[in-house]
Design a binder for this molecule. Structure first.
Ligand code: PLP
Length: 407
């Protein structure tokens, strides 16, 4: 089908008009890295400042709003996110911190939960912050990293995990959708293998959430973290979310013992006792203002439904690959992402020598993907804000730029 027919048949097409325009952009290929702002987000931030912040002042922390008093937002917004995107029941998710900080807190909690287990499993192609955080924890806690060497065009497999876990394993950390290839790991199988070895599984969902369907409760996932500024449209640097399976609330203890994660914080008494449930993951004052845009992102996702979002995501990447195969592969471009739609997330990565310079030329012409070493251009296709015609336009410019750079 051509782009016009695909757009005409797209049940989510009308969502595109709900985003603010970016006048100099021909095609946005980076909604997987920073989602575009919905129109209502601008209105919502202004209304929040005027009505909530100015109107309620400090009373806002405790007096209920639609989302509860601000003090309750980490759990309330977390529950909404869990229902819309994580396949998780209430009381297991909070919105707080950055992904990096939450990753540290939950990975440390896992490593500390059994002093006899001193190995952490991670793959060489995991996102840099994940690798660096674990290196720090290993140094701090006298643990060893067991590295899995992954194929950069695919990603981590259950067989690879099964080969390295054992009685010394404390934690397996993996990304559900690989940030470069877009590979979807088999989270259910890897979690089961991790449990069979007596260890805990922590999933980084940064490139999955709001794009692919997740079933954290059904998969038995122990711990998870992820970004809200990618497919969820929370805006630059919006806070992360953390998930802790209910069965672990008593045994897993995160290391940043702040007053906001304490039982009865306003008692201000001596000694730290963690709050009941997942609230104990919170450390300091919740980033309320930074959560406001996320409410619009969640609203849209609730309305569209994650199944429809995923269906469009698969159609978008398949359409892009069709054009890439016909127009770009003959120019020496290589696809370093899974062909199987069941194993492919919401973005694809293309590789060719000299792509770093091609990126500059693309940006100059209003086509905005991003670049990942080595020689990779990442094409992210955010389902609610991207049309098939936009994909076609962007890849046509890319073809032009490659042809020109070669001559
Ligand atoms: C984007 C991303 C992050 C980002 O972490 P921050 O703390 O928000 O900078 C972490 N992990 C993965 C897998 C990502 O894709």
């Amino acid at each position: 089908m051509n782009a016009e027919d695909l757009d005409a048949a797209d049940p989510l097409a009308h969502f595109r008009d709900r985003f603010l325009p970016s006048p100099d952009v021909v095609t946005y290929f980076d909604g997987n890295s920073l989602g575009r702002p919905p129109i209502v987000t601008a209105e919502r931030i202004e209304a929040f400042v005027r009505e909530e912040w100015a109107g309620r002042l400090i009373r806002g922390w405790t007096e209920p709003t639609d989302q509860g008093g601000w003090m309750e937002w980490p759990g309330q917004v977390g529950d909404r996110l869990a229902a819309a995107a994580l396949g998780a029941g209430p009381g297991q998710t909070v919105v707080a911190d950055s992904t990096t900080v939450l990753l540290y807190k939950l990975a440390r909690a896992a490593v500390d939960s059994d002093p006899d287990r001193r190995e952490i499993v991670v793959d060489t192609d995991n996102f840099p912050t994940d690798r660096y955080v674990l290196e720090g924890i290993a140094a701090e806690r006298g643990a060893t990293l067991r590295w899995i060497e992954t194929d950069p065009a695919t990603g981590i497999t259950p067989e690879q995990v099964a080969a390295v876990v054992g009685p010394a394993t404390a934690l397996v950390l993996a990304s559900h959708v690989a940030y470069r290839s877009g590979w979807i790991a088999d989270a259910e199988a890897i979690t089961r293998i991790t449990h069979d070895a007596g260890a805990l599984a922590l999933w980084d969902l940064s490139h999955s959430v709001g794009s692919v369907e997740l079933e954290l409760d059904a998969w038995g996932v122990d711990l998870a973290v992820g970004c809200t500024y990618k497919y969820l449209g929370g805006g630059p640097g919006s806070p992360a979310f953390g998930y802790v399976r209910r069965g672990l609330h008593e045994s897993v203890r995160q290391p940043i013992q702040g007053w906001m994660g304490r039982r009865d914080p306003f008692e201000m008494g001596p000694g730290y006792t963690p709050a009941a449930g997942v609230r104990g993951v919170v450390s300091g004052t919740p980033p309320i203002l930074a959560m406001v845009p996320l409410l619009s992102g969640l609203e849209m996702l609730e309305e569209a439904g994650i199944a429809a979002v995923r269906a469009k995501s698969v159609a978008l990447t398949a359409f892009a690959l069709e054009i890439v195969d016909a127009e770009l592969v003959p120019l020496g471009v290589e696809v370093v992402s899974p062909r199987d739609p069941a194993r492919r997330g919401g973005h694809i990565t293309l590789r060719r020598n000299g792509f770093r310079h091609v990126l500059d030329a693309l940006w100059a012409r209003g086509v905005i993907p991003d670049y990942r070493e080595p020689d990779g251009i990442r094409i992210g296709l955010s389902p609610l804000s991207t049309s098939f015609a936009e994909v076609e336009r962007g890849l046509a410019v890319m073809r032009d730029v490659i042809v020109q750079s070669a001559s």
